[in-house]
Design a protein around this ligand. Sequence first.
Ligand code: FDA
Length: 310
Amino acid sequence: MIDQMYRKAVLTVAGQKAIENAVRARGWGMAQRFVAGETPQTAIQAVHDLKKDGIMANLDLLGEFIESPAQCTQFADNVITMLDAAHAAGITPYVSVKLSSVGQGKTVDGEDLGLTNARRIIRRAKEYGGFVCLDMEDHPRVDQTLAQFRTLVGEFGGQHVGTVLQSYLYRTEKDRGGLDDLSPNLRIVKGAYLEPETVAYPQKADVDAAYRRLVYAHMSAGNYVNVATHDESIIHDVQMYALAHGISKDAFEFQMLYGIRRDLQRNLAAAGYRVRAYIPYGRDWYPYFSRRIAETPRNAMFVLRGMLKG
Ligand code: FDA
């Protein structure tokens, strides 16, 4: 409950234009803890650095609420530029994309622009043997995202495209079961948006319990699971579940955000688990940064200390 109140308060304050302007003016130094620079080159450097610790990477070009169809297509072009840059640097690209940023919900030439642009991105990633994960956004987008995911798996194959399910939504366990025929590569998260009680569990204990059920069900169905959480107790339980059920360490991976619980990321990799860090980069870092602050007061303290230092 307190978690929910804290998150709501931070996201409400962060949404104020004056706060955004102040943080944008002074906050980049602090955002660098969570964002790997503004260009593909800085993000690629972060990939190389993580590799030294045995940690894989998921590149994410930041950009939300991009408005015009032309901007969406430009954004998709920028993602493709990043795929090219990663390939040229000897990296098999693994990227995440928010369908809203490439035009989901906008019809151009009789087709959803998000789907058109996602196709272009996945086609290029596939050429390089890479992978594209369709991030999950707020609840009104879930139906369309899952439908587009199904279409894209049909066109490109499940080895090149995955998506995300959020345990805070009541509907998610049913959604997961409904995707089993695709043997999908799914990332399971708790969920980062401010959702009403009509669609999402308000209590953290329920979100956590649903999280475990989702991961176990997806593993037991023989699917690859991306266990995306920093929650040590869940990580421990997933390790125990895998051991108890003879699920190999290659059948799942732990995913965490860049700059968060770096100790845990390194320890898991050293213990032979597959670990991937989600590396955001780009100029539009403010909304992403606000959500990280909203996740835990510890991050707010980190930023406040930085600001006080000037
Ligand atoms: P929870 O918030 O319960 O935290 C568990 C513990 O982890 C905390 O006690 C704290 O110690 C630590 N912790 C958590 N967040 C921290 C932070 N920011 N800084 C420091 N410590 C922290 N969401 C979504 O809606 N759609 C999506 O597509 C994605 N994609 C995604 C990819 C990846 C790789 C990750 C890791 C997460 C996402 N998310 C997401 C975000 C996700 O929904 C969720 O908001 C965060 O992961 C935080 O929840 P935890 O599972 O870490 O647990």
